[in-house]
Write a protein that binds this ligand. Structure first.
Ligand code: NBP
Length: 470
């Protein structure tokens, strides 16, 4: 009996995805460039539905046609190299599936390259890390619509389920799946940064103990903030190390990053979309790595005493609703970027469906995504998530909390990069007047860049210097 699918790349993600597929009854040919890894997998995590193969030739011969070959390998050059090697063996109508975190423009390029050779290409964004891969990731699929049915069943079967619905969807053509995964990762950065700011405020201003923080986050996880990240945050505050000290207090205050957050931000700059709360999260990570400089600066820069007179309960409520409001902004920015991308790259994106599949398997899975999905379902062509009735109400209800908290942090010198940028975004987005008329005037003054007027159609230039007799 031939295998249903081949899986190349038996590192963490590949091995777990292969096990997930095998559990669901698919026969999987497994292969890895360093072939000793194949034996390690067969020894450590054997499965009756695994067929170990030790060369690409053997892999090709083991698969039913049209062949489906998925790779879970390091993104970048490795994928191009592997595609070149596979081209020696694959036949017309075979389907190559890249499940790694590939850059979406690479996926578009590879799709077009392979299309010339009659080979089908799928760019699948797979979210959820090791556990997701093993027990149910969210899968965002970019490919030609007529190719999707060939991978739909297997992807739906292995994906996470929420209310029996698979967290897997056809997104649009070529790089759309990897794009949505990239934006998902950007939102994940913002979510984590906002939560860490909530922690910082409660710790520095509210002087909450780890036990109290555990309780607060546990409570929040029973509210509109219910999410995987809030849940694990609550857990984290309760964990002690071997010396019976809280582990969180022993962890260095530095957070690195791997690159997908950077791609989201570069892309937003390319498309001219403000995703400042997501950008703040990336900047927050950059700044965190300057630990020595920050230590030095903290001793020489003047700061007010963090001694705010506020009731603990009141502070917790302020932080809760500020976190919630800022989170709305981060998601609104992510979806705004998707909206611009669909126009730029010719995709047809279903925002409601995208929010729906984020509800399971993903690190950003949250109750809140139901509200996003419903909001977009009712308002398919809305310009901004913040315009939808539900979120508009939430923002108007909670903006004063965010305003009060940001002011309090500004006065006491607590760093809240992302929350303050969320407030600025709302204020900028809801300002009919921004002062950009002055920027037009300045540009025309020094560079004759011209300007538009509110009282006449057309483009104008004014001789500012001459009129001033300078
Ligand atoms: P890695 O990203 O660490 O990649 C290791 C795998 O790539 C190994 O199997 C390695 O084979 C293979 N590989 C390399 Br490196 N160069 C190759 C080449 N030229 N030809 C063939 N194979 C090559 O593995 P991972 O962490 O399991 O992630 C796999 C993919 O999934 C990545 O794109 C990653 O970004 C993405 N992803 C990861 C996570 C996560 O939580 N880790 C989550 C979501 C998505 P070797 O054994 O011979 O070196």
């Amino acid at each position: 009996m031939k295998s249903n699918i081949g899986l190349i790349g038996l590192s963490v993600m590949g091995t777990n995805l292969a096990l997930n597929m095998a559990d669901k009854g698919y026969k999987v040919s497994i292969f890895n460039r360093t072939v000793s890894v194949i034996d390690e997998v067969m020894n450590n995590t054997p499965h009756n539905n695994f067929l170990p193969v030790y060369s690409l030739r053997e892999l090709i011969d083991s698969l039913e046609k049209p062949r489906k070959i998925m790779f879970m390998i390091k993104a970048g050059e490795a994928v191009d190299k592997l595609i070149e090697q596979l081209l020696e063996f694959v036949e017309k109508d075979d389907i190559l599936i890249d499940g790694g975190n590939s850059y979406f423009k690479d996926t578009i390029r590879r799709k077009n390259y392979l299309a010339q050779k009659g080979i089908n290409y799928v760019g699948a964004g797979v979210s959820g890390g090791e556990e997701g891969a093993r027990f149910g990731p969210a899968i965002m699929v970019g490919t030609d619509e007529n190719i999707y049915p060939a991978v739909k069943n297997i992807f739906e079967d292995i994906s996470a389920k929420v209310d029996d619905e698979p967290c897997c969807a056809y997104i649009s053509t070529d790089g759309a799946g990897h794009y949505v995964k990239m934006v998902h990762n950007g939102i994940e950065y913002a979510d984590m940064q906002l939560i860490s700011e909530a922690y910082l405020i409660l710790k520095q201003i509210g002087k909450l103990s780890n036990d109290e923080l555990h309780e607060v986050f546990d409570d929040w996880n029973k509210s509109e903030l219910e999410s995987y990240l809030i849940e694990i945050t609550s857990d984290i505050f309760s964990v002690k190390d071997d010396n019976k000290s809280y582990l969180i207090d022993k962890i260095l205050d530095v957070a690195n990053q791997k690159g997908t957050g950077k791609w989201t931000n570069l892309e937003a700059i390319d498309l001219g979309v403000d995703i400042s709360t997501i950008t703040s999260a990336l900047n927050g990570r950059f700044m965190s790595t300057l630990k020595d400089e920050r230590e030095k600066a903290s001793k020489i820069f003047k700061k007010e005493d963090i001694n705010v007179n506020i009731d603990k309960k009141e502070l917790i409520e302020l932080v809760k609703y500020s976190l919630y409001t800022s989170k709305i902004v981060a998601y609104a920015q992510g979806f705004k970027l998707l909206s611009k991308a669909q126009k730029t790259y010719g995709w047809d994106l279903n925002f409601s469906k995208i929010a729906e599949i984020f509800r399971g398997g993903c690190i950003i899975r949250a109750k809140f995504l139901n509200d996003i999905s419903n909001a977009f379902e009712k308002n398919k062509n809305i310009e901004n998530l913040m315009f939808t009735d539900f979120f508009l109400n939430q923002i108007n209800k909670n903006i004063s909390s965010l305003r009060k908290l940001v002011s309090m942090c500004a006065l006491s010198g607590v760093s809240i990069y992302a929350m303050s940028s969320a407030l600025s975004y709302i204020d900028t987005y809801s300002s009919s007047v921004l002062g950009a008329n002055l920027i037009q005037a300045q540009r025309d003054y020094f560079g004759a860049h011209t300007f538009e007027r509110i009282d006449k159609e057309g483009v104008f230039h004014f001789d500012w210097i001459k009129s001033l007799n300078k």
